[in-house]
Design a protein around this ligand. Structure first.
Ligand SMILES: [Zn+2]
Length: 289
């Protein structure tokens, strides 16, 4: 799940974004995935690592075949950034077609139950290797608890999953996500000073560190806006969304509400906002502390 602002953006189905990185588009465009999920063949040899598998739509396999042809390789193994269905949904079809490929990810009881077959557990610091590429996992919770980014050591570049997107901003789900964790993850990624970023949705990001600084500034600005909206009077999130997202069409307000809820839960933990009732975040009336 990602930013709803990428509607209408189109990308080529197969493209080479570096001598080590060929992208195959997941063929699952939507309000949440933008042009669809990017899946990446990484390496330079006859066998390469596939990062993410898309949603599992039948139209993806022929596109992946073209990408494999272009790269002149087979799939060595699969690495997943996290267990959301637009990233692990293709695993079953890929195993059916190419045999029992190893699938590495950070384990998550809830998400992994929906994906068939065994998971090879990896975590922060784990390394996956193939000819011409070394991928080092960075645990980056916030958008999802099991989220890993992968540093491509040979390029000092980053596969950012859903943490950083080519266009728009990441949705932090109000129930399963955590904005404070997410902000800490962005700071950690910035400290790596990545050259370029290969996002799970949207085009290549050529200035990785610059984009991370932009993301951090955007969240800080949003927090200021939400505090200012609350200062106008106690309100439920639906009303706060109308005060803050004045330039966003109403069809996207449900996604915006998730974001506001994530901000308010963070502010609540920090003692800067509170609920005036016992209701869950999306229904409650909120007030400044
Ligand atoms: Zn996701």
């Amino acid at each position: 799940m990602s930013a709803p602002t990428m509607i209408g953006l189109t990308l080529p189905d197969v493209d080479e974004w570096s001598p080590r990185v060929v992208v195959a588009l997941g063929q699952n465009p939507s309000i949440f995935t933008g042009p669809g999920t990017n899946t990446y063949l990484v390496g330079t040899g006859r066998e390469r690592i596939l990062v993410d598998t898309g949603q599992g739509v039948p139209a993806y396999l022929p596109v992946l075949e073209r990408a494999l042809e272009r790269a002149g390789c087979r799939i060595q193994e699969i690495a997943l950034t996290h267990g959301h269905p637009d990233h692990n949904g293709g695993v079953a079809a890929l195993r059916e077609r190419y045999g029992p490929l190893r699938v590495s990810k950070r384990p998550h009881a809830g998400f992994d139950a929906r994906a068939p077959g065994p998971i090879h557990p990896i975590d922060d610091g784990s390394v996956l290797e193939t000819e011409g590429a070394t991928l080092r996992a960075i645990h980056t919770p916030g958008h999802a608890e099991d989220h890993l980014c992968f540093v491509l050591e040979e390029e000092q570049s980053l596969f950012s999953g859903d943490n950083v997107l080519g266009v728009g901003t990441t949705v932090i789900p109000s129930e399963s996500g955590d904005l404070a964790d997410y902000m800490a993850s962005l700071e950690r990624l910035l400290a790596l000073d990545p050259a370029r970023i290969y996002p799970a949705h949207g085009p290549l990001i050529s200035d990785g560190a610059g984009k991370l600084r932009e993301y951090i500034a955007h969240r800080e600005e949003r927090e200021r806006q939400i505090l200012a909206a609350l200062a106008l009077g106690d309100a439920p999130i639906a009303a706060l969304v109308k005060r803050v997202y004045t330039d966003v069409p109403e069809v996207l307000h449900a996604a915006a509400a998730q974001s506001v809820a994530s901000h308010l839960r963070k502010l609540e933990r920090e003692g800067r906002a509170r609920r005036l009732d016992e209701k869950p975040p999306l229904q409650a009336v909120w007030s400044l502390r």
